[in-house]
Ligand binder design. Structure first.
Ligand code: PEP
Ligand code: MG
Length: 540
Protein backbone atom coordinates (compact mmCIF):
# COMPACT_ATOMS: atom_id res chain seq x y z
CA UNK A 1 0.00 0.00 0.00
CA UNK A 2 1.35 3.44 -0.94
CA UNK A 3 0.10 6.60 0.77
CA UNK A 4 0.74 10.08 -0.65
CA UNK A 5 -0.03 13.32 1.14
CA UNK A 6 -1.11 16.46 -0.73
CA UNK A 7 -3.58 19.32 -0.27
CA UNK A 8 -7.37 19.12 -0.46
CA UNK A 9 -8.73 21.09 -3.45
CA UNK A 10 -12.29 19.71 -3.38
CA UNK A 11 -13.75 17.59 -0.54
CA UNK A 12 -14.98 13.98 -0.62
CA UNK A 13 -13.83 10.37 -0.43
CA UNK A 14 -13.92 7.90 -3.34
CA UNK A 15 -12.49 4.50 -4.19
CA UNK A 16 -12.09 2.92 -7.62
CA UNK A 17 -9.88 2.28 -10.65
CA UNK A 18 -7.08 4.76 -11.30
CA UNK A 19 -6.32 6.09 -14.79
CA UNK A 20 -3.34 8.20 -15.83
CA UNK A 21 -3.86 11.26 -18.02
CA UNK A 22 -0.96 12.26 -20.31
CA UNK A 23 -1.22 15.70 -21.77
CA UNK A 24 1.02 15.37 -24.82
CA UNK A 25 0.72 12.76 -27.51
CA UNK A 26 2.36 12.29 -30.90
CA UNK A 27 1.52 15.07 -33.33
CA UNK A 28 1.55 15.30 -37.09
CA UNK A 29 5.05 15.99 -38.48
CA UNK A 30 4.17 18.72 -40.95
CA UNK A 31 6.37 20.64 -43.36
CA UNK A 32 6.32 24.36 -42.55
CA UNK A 33 4.76 26.35 -45.35
CA UNK A 34 4.90 30.03 -46.26
CA UNK A 35 4.07 32.53 -43.50
CA UNK A 36 0.83 33.46 -45.31
CA UNK A 37 -0.28 29.81 -45.45
CA UNK A 38 0.75 29.14 -41.82
CA UNK A 39 -1.24 32.22 -40.70
CA UNK A 40 -4.28 30.95 -42.65
CA UNK A 41 -3.97 27.50 -41.01
CA UNK A 42 -3.73 29.20 -37.65
CA UNK A 43 -6.84 31.31 -38.28
CA UNK A 44 -8.84 28.21 -39.19
CA UNK A 45 -7.56 26.35 -36.10
CA UNK A 46 -8.53 29.27 -33.86
CA UNK A 47 -12.08 29.28 -35.27
CA UNK A 48 -12.37 25.54 -34.53
CA UNK A 49 -10.83 25.94 -31.05
CA UNK A 50 -13.29 28.72 -30.19
CA UNK A 51 -16.13 26.53 -31.36
CA UNK A 52 -14.96 23.70 -29.09
CA UNK A 53 -14.62 26.13 -26.19
CA UNK A 54 -18.17 27.34 -26.81
CA UNK A 55 -19.35 23.73 -26.50
CA UNK A 56 -17.38 23.29 -23.26
CA UNK A 57 -18.91 26.54 -21.99
CA UNK A 58 -22.38 25.11 -22.65
CA UNK A 59 -21.48 21.86 -20.86
CA UNK A 60 -19.98 23.65 -17.83
CA UNK A 61 -22.03 24.66 -14.78
CA UNK A 62 -22.57 28.07 -13.18
CA UNK A 63 -19.57 30.36 -13.07
CA UNK A 64 -17.38 27.56 -14.53
CA UNK A 65 -18.75 28.73 -17.88
CA UNK A 66 -16.74 31.94 -17.47
CA UNK A 67 -13.51 29.95 -17.56
CA UNK A 68 -14.16 28.85 -21.12
CA UNK A 69 -15.48 32.28 -22.05
CA UNK A 70 -12.18 33.69 -20.73
CA UNK A 71 -10.23 31.17 -22.83
CA UNK A 72 -12.23 32.11 -25.91
CA UNK A 73 -11.58 35.82 -25.29
CA UNK A 74 -7.89 34.97 -24.77
CA UNK A 75 -7.66 33.49 -28.26
CA UNK A 76 -8.68 36.91 -29.65
CA UNK A 77 -6.23 38.80 -27.46
CA UNK A 78 -4.37 41.28 -29.73
CA UNK A 79 -1.11 41.03 -27.72
CA UNK A 80 -1.01 37.22 -27.91
CA UNK A 81 -1.92 37.24 -31.60
CA UNK A 82 0.76 39.84 -32.39
CA UNK A 83 3.32 37.63 -30.68
CA UNK A 84 2.22 34.52 -32.63
CA UNK A 85 2.16 36.46 -35.93
CA UNK A 86 5.72 37.70 -35.30
CA UNK A 87 7.02 34.10 -34.93
CA UNK A 88 5.16 33.00 -38.05
CA UNK A 89 6.53 35.98 -40.01
CA UNK A 90 10.02 34.93 -38.87
CA UNK A 91 9.50 31.49 -40.46
CA UNK A 92 8.11 29.35 -37.63
CA UNK A 93 5.25 26.89 -38.21
CA UNK A 94 1.89 27.92 -36.75
CA UNK A 95 1.97 25.27 -33.96
CA UNK A 96 5.45 26.09 -32.57
CA UNK A 97 4.62 29.80 -32.90
CA UNK A 98 1.51 29.35 -30.72
CA UNK A 99 3.44 27.19 -28.23
CA UNK A 100 6.24 29.71 -27.88
CA UNK A 101 3.95 32.75 -27.65
CA UNK A 102 1.72 30.97 -25.11
CA UNK A 103 4.73 30.17 -22.89
CA UNK A 104 5.96 33.77 -22.97
CA UNK A 105 2.48 35.14 -22.36
CA UNK A 106 1.73 32.67 -19.54
CA UNK A 107 5.17 33.35 -18.03
CA UNK A 108 4.38 37.08 -17.90
CA UNK A 109 1.06 36.39 -16.16
CA UNK A 110 2.79 34.08 -13.67
CA UNK A 111 5.30 36.79 -12.77
CA UNK A 112 2.52 38.99 -11.33
CA UNK A 113 1.74 39.37 -7.62
CA UNK A 114 -1.92 38.46 -7.71
CA UNK A 115 -2.52 34.76 -7.06
CA UNK A 116 -5.86 34.76 -8.91
CA UNK A 117 -4.29 36.31 -12.02
CA UNK A 118 -1.27 33.95 -11.80
CA UNK A 119 -3.65 31.03 -11.93
CA UNK A 120 -5.04 32.34 -15.24
CA UNK A 121 -1.71 31.42 -16.90
CA UNK A 122 -3.07 27.87 -16.91
CA UNK A 123 -6.06 29.05 -18.94
CA UNK A 124 -3.78 30.68 -21.51
CA UNK A 125 -1.84 27.39 -21.85
CA UNK A 126 -5.08 25.37 -22.00
CA UNK A 127 -6.58 27.54 -24.77
CA UNK A 128 -3.33 27.61 -26.78
CA UNK A 129 -2.77 23.86 -26.33
CA UNK A 130 -6.18 23.33 -27.93
CA UNK A 131 -5.11 25.36 -30.99
CA UNK A 132 -1.78 23.49 -31.18
CA UNK A 133 -3.53 20.11 -30.94
CA UNK A 134 -5.85 21.09 -33.79
CA UNK A 135 -2.88 22.20 -35.91
CA UNK A 136 -0.99 18.99 -35.11
CA UNK A 137 -3.98 16.71 -35.65
CA UNK A 138 -4.02 15.46 -32.03
CA UNK A 139 -7.21 14.39 -30.25
CA UNK A 140 -8.65 17.17 -28.07
CA UNK A 141 -10.49 14.95 -25.63
CA UNK A 142 -7.49 13.73 -23.67
CA UNK A 143 -8.89 10.47 -22.36
CA UNK A 144 -11.95 8.30 -22.74
CA UNK A 145 -12.91 6.50 -19.56
CA UNK A 146 -14.91 3.30 -19.86
CA UNK A 147 -15.62 3.03 -16.13
CA UNK A 148 -15.86 5.72 -13.47
CA UNK A 149 -12.26 6.30 -12.37
CA UNK A 150 -9.88 8.40 -10.32
CA UNK A 151 -7.84 10.46 -12.74
CA UNK A 152 -4.17 11.10 -11.95
CA UNK A 153 -1.86 13.52 -13.74
CA UNK A 154 0.91 16.07 -13.30
CA UNK A 155 -1.73 18.80 -13.46
CA UNK A 156 -5.16 19.26 -14.96
CA UNK A 157 -6.54 21.88 -17.28
CA UNK A 158 -10.08 23.14 -16.60
CA UNK A 159 -11.21 21.63 -19.90
CA UNK A 160 -9.94 18.14 -18.89
CA UNK A 161 -12.57 17.92 -16.16
CA UNK A 162 -15.48 19.32 -18.15
CA UNK A 163 -14.60 17.23 -21.24
CA UNK A 164 -14.62 13.97 -19.24
CA UNK A 165 -17.67 14.97 -17.23
CA UNK A 166 -19.05 14.21 -13.80
CA UNK A 167 -20.41 10.72 -14.52
CA UNK A 168 -17.05 9.13 -15.33
CA UNK A 169 -14.84 11.12 -13.02
CA UNK A 170 -14.73 9.76 -9.46
CA UNK A 171 -11.98 12.11 -8.38
CA UNK A 172 -8.75 13.77 -9.46
CA UNK A 173 -5.25 13.67 -8.00
CA UNK A 174 -2.45 15.90 -9.28
CA UNK A 175 1.28 16.12 -8.64
CA UNK A 176 1.09 19.92 -8.95
CA UNK A 177 -1.79 22.41 -9.00
CA UNK A 178 -3.34 24.73 -6.41
CA UNK A 179 -6.62 25.17 -4.58
CA UNK A 180 -7.22 28.43 -6.43
CA UNK A 181 -6.74 27.01 -9.92
CA UNK A 182 -9.77 26.94 -12.18
CA UNK A 183 -9.50 23.15 -12.44
CA UNK A 184 -9.92 23.00 -8.64
CA UNK A 185 -12.79 25.49 -8.73
CA UNK A 186 -14.55 23.38 -11.37
CA UNK A 187 -13.97 20.21 -9.34
CA UNK A 188 -15.58 21.89 -6.33
CA UNK A 189 -18.63 23.14 -8.23
CA UNK A 190 -19.09 19.73 -9.87
CA UNK A 191 -18.70 17.97 -6.51
CA UNK A 192 -15.67 15.95 -7.69
CA UNK A 193 -13.15 15.21 -4.90
CA UNK A 194 -9.69 16.54 -5.75
CA UNK A 195 -6.22 16.55 -4.21
CA UNK A 196 -3.34 18.66 -5.53
CA UNK A 197 0.37 19.03 -4.66
CA UNK A 198 0.97 15.29 -4.24
CA UNK A 199 4.50 15.41 -5.71
CA UNK A 200 5.50 13.42 -8.81
CA UNK A 201 6.48 10.04 -7.26
CA UNK A 202 2.98 8.51 -7.28
CA UNK A 203 2.76 8.88 -11.07
CA UNK A 204 5.55 6.31 -11.43
CA UNK A 205 3.62 3.63 -9.52
CA UNK A 206 1.57 0.74 -10.82
CA UNK A 207 -2.09 1.74 -10.59
CA UNK A 208 -3.56 -1.67 -11.38
CA UNK A 209 -4.64 -2.16 -7.75
CA UNK A 210 -6.91 0.90 -7.88
CA UNK A 211 -6.92 3.63 -5.26
CA UNK A 212 -8.65 5.49 -2.48
CA UNK A 213 -8.78 9.26 -2.85
CA UNK A 214 -9.41 10.72 0.59
CA UNK A 215 -9.67 14.35 -0.47
CA UNK A 216 -11.09 15.34 2.93
CA UNK A 217 -7.66 14.53 4.37
CA UNK A 218 -5.70 15.55 1.25
CA UNK A 219 -4.41 12.03 0.63
CA UNK A 220 -4.21 9.40 -2.11
CA UNK A 221 -3.73 5.68 -1.40
CA UNK A 222 -2.55 3.48 -4.28
CA UNK A 223 -2.82 -0.32 -4.08
CA UNK A 224 -4.89 -0.02 -0.85
CA UNK A 225 -4.75 -3.04 1.45
CA UNK A 226 -7.85 -4.79 2.78
CA UNK A 227 -8.08 -2.64 5.92
CA UNK A 228 -7.83 0.64 3.93
CA UNK A 229 -10.53 -0.56 1.53
CA UNK A 230 -12.87 -1.54 4.37
CA UNK A 231 -12.28 1.79 6.12
CA UNK A 232 -13.00 3.72 2.90
CA UNK A 233 -16.17 1.69 2.24
CA UNK A 234 -17.43 2.33 5.77
CA UNK A 235 -16.82 6.08 5.48
CA UNK A 236 -18.34 6.32 1.98
CA UNK A 237 -21.53 4.60 3.19
CA UNK A 238 -21.63 6.88 6.29
CA UNK A 239 -21.24 10.01 4.14
CA UNK A 240 -24.01 8.96 1.77
CA UNK A 241 -26.42 8.28 4.67
CA UNK A 242 -25.65 11.73 6.09
CA UNK A 243 -26.17 13.31 2.65
CA UNK A 244 -29.58 11.64 2.25
CA UNK A 245 -30.63 12.64 5.77
CA UNK A 246 -29.64 16.25 5.09
CA UNK A 247 -31.34 16.27 1.66
CA UNK A 248 -34.60 15.17 3.32
CA UNK A 249 -34.43 18.30 5.50
CA UNK A 250 -34.44 20.58 2.47
CA UNK A 251 -38.15 20.60 1.79
CA UNK A 252 -39.48 21.46 5.27
CA UNK A 253 -39.61 24.92 6.85
CA UNK A 254 -36.67 26.07 8.96
CA UNK A 255 -38.11 26.42 12.45
CA UNK A 256 -36.15 26.06 15.65
CA UNK A 257 -37.54 23.76 18.38
CA UNK A 258 -39.35 26.72 19.98
CA UNK A 259 -41.06 27.49 16.64
CA UNK A 260 -38.98 30.50 15.58
CA UNK A 261 -38.78 30.81 11.81
CA UNK A 262 -35.27 31.51 10.50
CA UNK A 263 -35.05 32.32 6.80
CA UNK A 264 -32.20 30.44 5.13
CA UNK A 265 -31.35 32.12 1.86
CA UNK A 266 -28.59 31.33 -0.59
CA UNK A 267 -25.38 33.02 -1.71
CA UNK A 268 -25.14 32.64 -5.48
CA UNK A 269 -23.46 34.01 -8.55
CA UNK A 270 -25.84 33.10 -11.39
CA UNK A 271 -29.01 31.25 -12.41
CA UNK A 272 -27.40 27.79 -12.20
CA UNK A 273 -26.43 28.10 -8.54
CA UNK A 274 -29.79 29.75 -7.81
CA UNK A 275 -31.47 26.63 -9.15
CA UNK A 276 -29.24 24.35 -7.06
CA UNK A 277 -29.93 26.43 -3.95
CA UNK A 278 -33.69 26.25 -4.54
CA UNK A 279 -33.39 22.46 -4.81
CA UNK A 280 -31.58 22.48 -1.45
CA UNK A 281 -34.58 24.32 0.05
CA UNK A 282 -33.33 27.93 0.11
CA UNK A 283 -36.11 30.47 0.71
CA UNK A 284 -34.58 32.93 -1.71
CA UNK A 285 -31.24 34.49 -2.61
CA UNK A 286 -29.77 36.83 -0.01
CA UNK A 287 -26.61 37.60 -1.97
CA UNK A 288 -26.20 37.39 -5.73
CA UNK A 289 -22.57 38.31 -6.47
CA UNK A 290 -23.23 40.02 -9.81
CA UNK A 291 -19.51 40.65 -10.44
CA UNK A 292 -18.96 37.00 -11.33
CA UNK A 293 -20.85 37.68 -14.56
CA UNK A 294 -18.02 39.97 -15.68
CA UNK A 295 -14.92 38.24 -14.29
CA UNK A 296 -14.06 36.96 -17.75
CA UNK A 297 -13.24 40.52 -18.71
CA UNK A 298 -16.22 41.88 -20.60
CA UNK A 299 -18.89 43.99 -18.97
CA UNK A 300 -22.22 42.84 -20.41
CA UNK A 301 -24.52 45.45 -21.93
CA UNK A 302 -27.57 46.74 -20.03
CA UNK A 303 -29.74 44.42 -22.12
CA UNK A 304 -27.60 41.35 -21.37
CA UNK A 305 -27.58 42.19 -17.67
CA UNK A 306 -31.36 42.68 -17.70
CA UNK A 307 -31.83 39.15 -19.09
CA UNK A 308 -29.23 37.77 -16.65
CA UNK A 309 -31.20 39.15 -13.68
CA UNK A 310 -34.48 37.88 -15.19
CA UNK A 311 -32.92 34.40 -15.47
CA UNK A 312 -31.92 34.58 -11.80
CA UNK A 313 -35.46 35.61 -10.81
CA UNK A 314 -36.86 32.81 -12.92
CA UNK A 315 -34.49 30.25 -11.36
CA UNK A 316 -35.63 31.43 -7.92
CA UNK A 317 -39.22 30.57 -8.91
CA UNK A 318 -40.90 33.60 -7.31
CA UNK A 319 -38.70 33.66 -4.20
CA UNK A 320 -36.92 36.94 -3.35
CA UNK A 321 -33.50 37.71 -4.85
CA UNK A 322 -31.09 40.35 -3.54
CA UNK A 323 -28.60 41.32 -6.22
CA UNK A 324 -25.39 43.02 -5.11
CA UNK A 325 -24.03 45.56 -7.59
CA UNK A 326 -20.54 44.74 -8.93
CA UNK A 327 -17.98 44.25 -6.18
CA UNK A 328 -14.93 44.46 -8.42
CA UNK A 329 -11.44 44.90 -7.01
CA UNK A 330 -9.24 43.22 -4.38
CA UNK A 331 -8.98 39.56 -5.45
CA UNK A 332 -11.83 39.98 -7.95
CA UNK A 333 -9.82 41.58 -10.73
CA UNK A 334 -11.30 42.19 -14.15
CA UNK A 335 -8.95 42.68 -17.11
CA UNK A 336 -9.26 46.22 -18.41
CA UNK A 337 -11.01 47.55 -15.30
CA UNK A 338 -8.90 46.83 -12.25
CA UNK A 339 -5.46 48.36 -11.95
CA UNK A 340 -2.37 47.53 -9.92
CA UNK A 341 -2.76 48.83 -6.42
CA UNK A 342 -0.28 48.74 -3.54
CA UNK A 343 -2.98 47.26 -1.33
CA UNK A 344 -5.96 46.21 -3.45
CA UNK A 345 -8.26 45.16 -0.59
CA UNK A 346 -8.02 48.75 0.71
CA UNK A 347 -8.08 50.38 -2.70
CA UNK A 348 -10.51 50.62 -5.61
CA UNK A 349 -13.11 48.05 -4.71
CA UNK A 350 -16.89 47.65 -4.64
CA UNK A 351 -18.80 50.94 -4.66
CA UNK A 352 -15.57 52.92 -5.15
CA UNK A 353 -14.96 51.10 -8.42
CA UNK A 354 -18.56 51.65 -9.55
CA UNK A 355 -18.31 55.37 -8.75
CA UNK A 356 -15.10 55.55 -10.79
CA UNK A 357 -16.94 54.00 -13.76
CA UNK A 358 -20.27 55.86 -13.68
CA UNK A 359 -21.47 54.64 -17.06
CA UNK A 360 -20.93 50.99 -16.10
CA UNK A 361 -22.65 51.61 -12.75
CA UNK A 362 -25.65 53.34 -14.27
CA UNK A 363 -26.09 50.66 -16.93
CA UNK A 364 -26.16 48.05 -14.17
CA UNK A 365 -28.63 50.12 -12.15
CA UNK A 366 -30.88 50.56 -15.23
CA UNK A 367 -30.84 46.79 -15.82
CA UNK A 368 -31.74 46.17 -12.15
CA UNK A 369 -34.47 48.83 -12.03
CA UNK A 370 -36.02 47.22 -15.13
CA UNK A 371 -35.68 43.65 -13.84
CA UNK A 372 -37.36 44.85 -10.63
CA UNK A 373 -40.71 44.93 -12.49
CA UNK A 374 -40.47 41.19 -13.16
CA UNK A 375 -40.13 39.68 -9.69
CA UNK A 376 -39.24 40.20 -6.02
CA UNK A 377 -35.84 41.79 -6.53
CA UNK A 378 -33.90 44.17 -4.29
CA UNK A 379 -30.42 45.60 -4.60
CA UNK A 380 -27.51 45.83 -2.15
CA UNK A 381 -24.49 48.10 -2.61
CA UNK A 382 -21.07 46.64 -1.67
CA UNK A 383 -18.38 48.27 0.48
CA UNK A 384 -20.43 51.24 1.66
CA UNK A 385 -18.47 52.67 4.59
CA UNK A 386 -20.13 56.02 5.31
CA UNK A 387 -23.47 57.80 4.79
CA UNK A 388 -21.67 59.90 2.15
CA UNK A 389 -20.86 56.70 0.21
CA UNK A 390 -24.51 55.76 0.38
CA UNK A 391 -25.69 59.18 -0.83
CA UNK A 392 -23.25 59.11 -3.75
CA UNK A 393 -24.56 55.69 -4.78
CA UNK A 394 -28.13 56.97 -4.57
CA UNK A 395 -27.27 59.93 -6.85
CA UNK A 396 -26.43 57.37 -9.54
CA UNK A 397 -29.66 55.48 -8.84
CA UNK A 398 -31.52 58.75 -9.38
CA UNK A 399 -29.62 59.37 -12.64
CA UNK A 400 -30.48 55.86 -13.83
CA UNK A 401 -34.17 56.45 -13.01
CA UNK A 402 -34.13 59.74 -14.95
CA UNK A 403 -32.45 58.07 -17.93
CA UNK A 404 -35.08 55.31 -18.00
CA UNK A 405 -37.90 57.85 -17.77
CA UNK A 406 -36.36 59.79 -20.67
CA UNK A 407 -36.14 56.58 -22.70
CA UNK A 408 -39.76 55.73 -21.78
CA UNK A 409 -38.70 52.34 -20.36
CA UNK A 410 -40.80 50.71 -17.66
CA UNK A 411 -39.01 50.19 -14.34
CA UNK A 412 -39.78 49.60 -10.69
CA UNK A 413 -40.01 53.05 -9.05
CA UNK A 414 -40.23 51.36 -5.62
CA UNK A 415 -37.19 49.09 -6.00
CA UNK A 416 -35.54 48.80 -2.57
CA UNK A 417 -31.85 49.56 -2.09
CA UNK A 418 -29.81 48.47 0.91
CA UNK A 419 -26.14 48.13 1.70
CA UNK A 420 -23.56 45.57 2.65
CA UNK A 421 -21.98 45.96 6.08
CA UNK A 422 -18.45 44.76 5.40
CA UNK A 423 -16.29 47.35 7.12
CA UNK A 424 -16.13 48.33 10.81
CA UNK A 425 -17.05 51.84 9.69
CA UNK A 426 -20.32 50.65 8.13
CA UNK A 427 -21.25 48.87 11.37
CA UNK A 428 -20.34 51.87 13.54
CA UNK A 429 -22.17 54.31 11.25
CA UNK A 430 -25.15 52.04 10.52
CA UNK A 431 -27.61 54.45 12.23
CA UNK A 432 -26.45 57.28 9.95
CA UNK A 433 -26.46 55.14 6.79
CA UNK A 434 -30.00 53.95 7.59
CA UNK A 435 -31.08 57.53 8.34
CA UNK A 436 -29.78 58.47 4.87
CA UNK A 437 -32.35 56.15 3.30
CA UNK A 438 -30.75 52.68 3.25
CA UNK A 439 -33.66 50.22 3.51
CA UNK A 440 -31.91 47.00 4.63
CA UNK A 441 -28.53 45.63 5.70
CA UNK A 442 -26.65 42.57 4.44
CA UNK A 443 -23.75 41.85 6.79
CA UNK A 444 -20.79 40.33 4.92
CA UNK A 445 -18.75 38.51 7.55
CA UNK A 446 -15.85 37.60 5.23
CA UNK A 447 -14.82 41.20 4.79
CA UNK A 448 -16.01 42.36 8.18
CA UNK A 449 -13.58 39.86 9.77
CA UNK A 450 -10.81 40.80 7.31
CA UNK A 451 -11.09 44.53 7.96
CA UNK A 452 -11.76 44.27 11.70
CA UNK A 453 -8.73 42.10 12.46
CA UNK A 454 -6.53 43.40 9.60
CA UNK A 455 -6.32 39.73 8.54
CA UNK A 456 -6.01 39.16 4.78
CA UNK A 457 -8.80 36.73 3.82
CA UNK A 458 -6.58 35.30 1.05
CA UNK A 459 -3.70 34.46 3.39
CA UNK A 460 -4.24 31.00 4.88
CA UNK A 461 -1.90 31.85 7.79
CA UNK A 462 -4.75 33.93 9.22
CA UNK A 463 -7.57 31.45 8.68
CA UNK A 464 -8.00 31.18 12.45
CA UNK A 465 -9.69 34.62 12.46
CA UNK A 466 -12.32 33.28 10.05
CA UNK A 467 -12.98 29.97 11.80
CA UNK A 468 -12.60 31.28 15.37
CA UNK A 469 -14.97 33.09 17.71
CA UNK A 470 -14.56 36.67 16.39
CA UNK A 471 -15.79 38.58 19.49
CA UNK A 472 -14.95 41.95 17.93
CA UNK A 473 -17.06 41.11 14.89
CA UNK A 474 -19.94 40.02 17.12
CA UNK A 475 -19.81 43.38 18.84
CA UNK A 476 -19.86 45.24 15.53
CA UNK A 477 -22.72 43.08 14.25
CA UNK A 478 -24.56 43.86 17.51
CA UNK A 479 -24.25 47.59 16.74
CA UNK A 480 -25.58 47.13 13.21
CA UNK A 481 -28.47 45.01 14.55
CA UNK A 482 -29.42 47.67 17.12
CA UNK A 483 -29.38 50.34 14.41
CA UNK A 484 -31.49 48.21 12.07
CA UNK A 485 -34.00 47.41 14.83
CA UNK A 486 -34.39 51.11 15.66
CA UNK A 487 -34.92 51.92 11.96
CA UNK A 488 -37.22 48.92 11.34
CA UNK A 489 -34.82 47.66 8.63
CA UNK A 490 -34.38 43.94 7.91
CA UNK A 491 -30.94 42.32 8.29
CA UNK A 492 -29.40 39.29 6.63
CA UNK A 493 -25.99 37.79 7.53
CA UNK A 494 -23.84 36.22 4.85
CA UNK A 495 -20.20 35.19 4.37
CA UNK A 496 -18.24 32.63 6.35
CA UNK A 497 -20.26 32.97 9.58
CA UNK A 498 -23.51 32.22 7.73
CA UNK A 499 -22.08 28.82 6.73
CA UNK A 500 -21.08 27.89 10.28
CA UNK A 501 -23.88 26.21 12.28
CA UNK A 502 -22.38 27.43 15.59
CA UNK A 503 -22.13 31.04 14.44
CA UNK A 504 -25.64 30.98 12.95
CA UNK A 505 -27.09 29.78 16.25
CA UNK A 506 -25.14 32.47 18.07
CA UNK A 507 -26.53 35.21 15.79
CA UNK A 508 -30.02 33.70 15.94
CA UNK A 509 -29.83 34.09 19.74
CA UNK A 510 -28.90 37.75 19.09
CA UNK A 511 -32.14 38.12 17.13
CA UNK A 512 -31.00 37.58 13.53
CA UNK A 513 -33.70 35.80 11.51
CA UNK A 514 -32.14 35.70 8.05
CA UNK A 515 -28.91 34.15 6.72
CA UNK A 516 -27.51 33.69 3.22
CA UNK A 517 -25.14 30.80 2.68
CA UNK A 518 -23.72 28.60 -0.09
CA UNK A 519 -26.06 25.76 -1.09
CA UNK A 520 -23.45 23.24 0.15
CA UNK A 521 -23.69 24.49 3.78
CA UNK A 522 -27.40 25.24 3.82
CA UNK A 523 -28.60 21.85 4.98
CA UNK A 524 -26.00 21.52 7.72
CA UNK A 525 -27.00 24.92 9.07
CA UNK A 526 -30.66 23.95 8.85
CA UNK A 527 -30.09 20.62 10.63
CA UNK A 528 -28.49 22.51 13.52
CA UNK A 529 -31.23 25.18 13.76
CA UNK A 530 -33.95 22.50 13.85
CA UNK A 531 -32.27 21.07 16.98
CA UNK A 532 -31.99 24.42 18.74
CA UNK A 533 -34.38 25.94 21.31
CA UNK A 534 -33.71 29.67 21.33
CA UNK A 535 -35.69 30.18 24.54
CA UNK A 536 -33.24 28.03 26.54
CA UNK A 537 -29.91 29.46 27.69
CA UNK A 538 -26.99 28.78 25.34
CA UNK A 539 -24.59 25.96 26.23
CA UNK A 540 -21.60 27.40 28.08
C1 PEP B 1 -18.55 39.04 2.60
O1 PEP B 1 -17.67 39.90 2.59
O2 PEP B 1 -18.85 38.37 3.61
C2 PEP B 1 -19.30 38.76 1.37
C3 PEP B 1 -20.32 37.95 1.36
O3 PEP B 1 -18.84 39.33 0.22
P1 PEP B 1 -17.63 38.70 -0.65
O4 PEP B 1 -17.23 37.40 -0.03
O5 PEP B 1 -18.13 38.56 -2.03
O6 PEP B 1 -16.58 39.76 -0.50
MG1 MG C 1 -17.50 41.18 0.88
Amino acid sequence: MLVYQGTKASPGLVMGPVRRLHHSGPGLERVVQTPGREQALLNAAVVLAKDELRQLEEAAEGTDKDIFLFQRVMLDDPGLNREIAAYIAAGAGAAPAVERAAEIYAGRIEAGDDEYIRQRAMDVRDACRRVVNILDGRPRTPLRLETPSILISEFLYPSDIVAIGRGMLLGVACAEGSEQSHASIIARTMGIPAVVQLGGAFLEQNCAGGGVLDADNGCLILQPDEAARKDAQRRIVGASILKKRLAALGAGPCRTKDGTHVALLASCSGPEDVELAMQAGAEGVGLLRSEFSIMAGRVPSEEEQYFFYLSCLQAAGGKPVTVRTFDIGADKSVPGLTEDSPNPALGMRGLRMSLAHPQMFEEQLCALLRAGTRGPLRVSIPMVSTPEDWLQAMEHVEKARRALRRRGVVFNEELEFGCMVETPSAALLAPDILAAGCRFLVIGTNDLIQYTYAADRLDSRFSEFFSGQSPAVHRLVGMALDAAKAAGAPVCICGVHAGSPNQVVRYARQGVRCFATEAASLLQVKARLLEEDLTLPADP
